[in-house]
Design a protein around this ligand. Structure first.
Ligand code: CMP
Length: 141
C-alpha cells in the first residue's frame, strides 16, 4: 500500500451535532494522521467550485445550499492507503446504506446531511487538497 493523502470534510450537520472530535478520533484510531485541518465556512462560489463535477446533477443546488449552511472542518489525512481507509471509515454515501459502525451510519441523517466527504481517488485528492491547503500548510510527519 502506498503512503497517500486524502481530503476530509466534516460537513455542517456533524459540526452542528458537536461530533467533530469523535470523527477525528476515528481517523486517528485507524492510523491516519491529521496533517492539516481548519474550521471554515464555505462561500457559495467556493462550494460550487469544489463540487463542480456534480454541477449538472439534480441534487447540485441542495448540496451547495447545505454545504454553506454552517461551518465545516476540512482536513488532510495521511497514511498508508489513506483514500480507501477514509472511505471505509465513512461508509456509503447514503447513510441508510452505510454499514454499521461507519461514520455515516452513526452520525448522518440523509444523503445530503451525510456528515463527511472524502476524496474518491488519488487525482481528486490532489485537486481537493490544493483547493484548501497550500503545500506549506501541510505538516507531514
Ligand atoms: P459527497 O461525498 O460530499 O459528494 C457529493 C455529495 O452529494 C454526496 O457526498 C452527497 O452528500 C450529495 N448527494 C446528494 N444526492 C446524491 C446522489 N443521488 N448521489 C450522490 N451524491 C448525492
Amino acid at each position: 500500500m502506498a503512503l497517500e493523502r486524502t481530503l476530509s470534510i466534516i460537513k455542517p450537520d456533524a459540526v452542528a451535532k458537536n461530533v467533530v472530535g469523535q470523527i477525528l478520533s476515528r481517523f486517528e484510531g485507524a492510523g491516519l494522521k491529521i496533517v492539516a485541518t481548519k474550521l471554515t465556512q464555505l462561500s457559495r462560489g467556493e462550494a460550487e467550485k469544489f463540487y463542480g463535477v456534480h454541477a449538472a446533477r439534480p441534487f447540485f443546488k441542495d448540496l451547495v445550499d447545505f454545504m454553506i449552511s454552517g461551518p465545516v472542518v476540512v482536513s488532510v489525512l495521511e497514511g498508508e492507503g489513506a483514500i480507501a481507509k477514509n472511505r471505509d471509515l465513512m461508509g456509503a454515501t447514503d447513510p441508510k446504506k452505510a454499514e454499521k459502525g461507519t461514520i455515516r451510519a452513526d452520525f448522518a441523517d440523509s444523503i445530503d446531511a451525510n456528515a463527511v466527504h472524502g476524496s474518491d481517488a488519488a487525482e481528486t485528492a490532489a485537486v481537493e487538497i490544493a483547493f484548501f491547503f497550500p503545500e506549506a500548510h501541510i505538516y507531514s510527519r
